[in-house]
Design a binder for this molecule. Structure first.
Ligand code: DX5
Ligand code: ZN
Length: 211
């Protein structure tokens, strides 16, 4: 397995003690923390928003990898940057003017990511790939932690990895959903270099204790 960035998702953390969860992430030498923002419309669940990101920013220097699973992400870019996001990933399916949103994020000097759900093919990303810092492949239908990875999504990682090397693009490739000890290997082998893990990370199942 080659090197990858681990981005534990606090969706699986104890919400009564998020500060302690960040300490746990830091103790495992993870590089980033993945923050799942859901609006109850783009996805059926509602999680947390800018006030929580801002509170966590005060107690941690981890890279805040903010995953917006919300409609109209363009309306909330500046407030999430203000709250402390380092990287903002929005959904292809939730927006029309993808390039404009990427510019919005870059103008605020933050990294921009784009994500696709399992029903969306890689081909739709063709025009935006040269401009993004990260592509996040959802390997479950977004909305909940603890689901089973859909194997077909791993092929999308390989497709994007090929496009990346063929065209000399610089984006990172992230995989999100159902990553555990059994599935992490195939994701990394396909070319993923950012691994998001919620339930397996917090249950200790993923067994990553990085130096
Ligand atoms: C799902 C979220 C994921 C989730 C992953 O909609 O985007 O980030 O936390 O959780 P696990 O690792 O439990 O599948
Ligand atoms: Zn996520």
């Amino acid at each position: 397995m080659s090197k990858f960035i681990l981005s534990p998702s606090i969706l699986a953390a104890d919400f009564t003690n998020l500060g302690e969860s960040l300490r746990f992430i830091e103790s495992k030498k993870a590089d980033w923390v993945h923050i799942d923002v859901m609006d109850g419309s783009f996805v059926p669940n509602i999680t947390f928003g800018q006030p929580v990101v801002s509170a966590l920013r005060k107690i941690s220097n981890l890279q805040f990898d903010v995953h917006l699973m919300i409609e109209n992400p363009q309306l909330h870019i500046s407030s999430f940057v203000e709250a402390g996001a380092d990287l903002i990933t929005f959904h292809y399916e939730a927006a029309v003017h993808h390039h404009r949103i990427v510019q919005q994020i870059h103008n605020l000097e933050k990294k921009a990511g784009i994500s696709i759900v399992p029903s969306t093919p890689v081909s739709v990303l063709q025009d935006i790939l040269p401009f993004v810092d990260l592509v996040l492949i959802m390997s479950v239908n977004p909305g909940f932690g603890g689901q089973t990875l859909i194997p077909r999504c791993i092929e999308k990682i390989a497709q994007l990895d090929e496009l990346r090397s063929k065209n000399g693009y610089n984006f990172r490739l992230s995989v999100d959903g159902g990553i555990n000890n059994k599935t992490i290997g195939m994701a990394v082998d396909a070319g993923a270099d950012v691994i998001v893990s919620g339930s397996s990370f917090f249950s200790g199942d993923i067994g990553i204790d990085r130096k």
